[in-house]
Design a protein around this ligand. Structure first.
Ligand code: PRT
Ligand code: ZN
Length: 287
């Protein structure tokens, strides 16, 4: 049998690179890389990592130049690539928004009628306005989109926004969010069985890492009679572990909770009689 190697593309040098490499490494995919690395073999899995420009990844995956990869959803949608989007990875989060000069008295999407909008995402933008039946003129420019308005090149811009500080620095304000984006795992639509099984192993590992990242192990003490009430507040993976404490009538309750949910239920837990609450990070979590 021919040895199958899964070709996996990641961004070579950009905003997604560091988080992508951490996810791969936390998932036990070990490989050597440096500034000039273009490809690297993974030690214990039949996987080759290819370091590419993010714009090329969706098309390479579609054409099976590589089997799978990690790239921003915004790039996949803009390129209209015919690939499977398998998983949202929780980093590289941003939005694609319309912004106008902060002096503009903006009062709705009709503002854009017959206006000139500068963007590097012409496809997403033209689809958005086509669906709304609003005619606009799209100026396709690469890079430094934010200065288009102050240069008099356009009336508005459509670009990636994260904190919004670049817009503010350029005298602009965000007026419409058109889409939300984050890094996603994409794959070729027709992988062989062998290629699929390697990819499934990678997805399994990503899930263990990502589940662990957003969950916490929680331990607390409470009067034993309060266990059912507290267990209801903390549903856990299946049901919480309850252990007797040395002090008569008291128990220790252990469970898993999403970090965001923890802050929401903290006061409920205290009201229900929980004490000595400990919240601990989880290294890996296999459900
Ligand atoms: O060289 P290569 O082509 O591989 O990289 P690139 O320059 O095309 O992309 P890169 O590395 O800038 O971004 C890769 C991906 O990161 C994007 O496709 C998005 O999915 C995601 N991402 C997340 C962002 C941002 N956040 C972001 N803030 N991409 C770009 N930006 C830009 C934004 O356009 C603005 O100009 O960063 C600037 C600062 O944003 P604020 O709002 O935080 O000020
Ligand atoms: Zn790019």
């Amino acid at each position: 049998m021919v040895n199958v190697i899964l070709k996996f593309a990641i961004q070579k040098n950009g905003r997604l690179t560091a988080s992508t490499i951490s996810l791969l490494q936390e998932s036990g995919l070990r490989f050597n890389y440096g500034d000039k690395t273009l490809k690297a073999l993974v030690e214990d899995l039949p996987v080759e990592i290819l370091f590419l420009r993010d714009d090329d990844i969706p098309e390479y995956v579609q054409n099976k130049v590589v089997h799978a990869g990690i790239v921003g959803l915004n790039v996949v949608v803009e390129k209209n690539s015919d690939v499977d989007i398998l998983k949202e990875l929780g980093f590289g989060t941003c939005r694609l928004s319309l912004a106008v000069s902060k002096e503009v008295d903006y009062n709705g999407i009709e503002f854009f009628k017959n206006k000139k909008i500068a963007t590097s995402y012409p496809n997403i933008l033209s689809k958005f306005f086509r669906e709304k039946n609003i005619p606009v003129e799209i100026e396709n420019i690469k890079g430094s989109v934010e200065i288009a308005v102050s240069l008099g090149l356009a009336d508005a811009i459509f670009d990636v926004v994260s904190t919004g500080s670049t817009l503010t620095m350029n005298g602009l304000k965000e007026v419409e969010v058109v889409m939300k984006s984050e890094a996603v795992l994409i794959a070729h639509k027709h992988l062989s069985l062998a290629e699929k099984s390697i990819l499934e192993e990678i997805i399994f590992r990503f899930n263990s890492v990502l589940n662990a990242k957003y969950n916490r192990y929680i331990m607390l003490n409470c009067p034993t009679e309060k266990v059912p009430e507290i267990a209801k507040i903390l549903p856990g993976i299946k049901s919480p572990t309850v252990l007797p404490l040395a002090m008569e009538g008291w128990s220790s309750l252990h469970s898993v909770i999403n970090e965001n949910d923890f802050w929401k239920v903290l006061s409920q837990l205290k009201e229900a009689g929980a004490q000595g609450i400990l919240v601990i990070p989880i290294e890996k979590m296999v459900i």
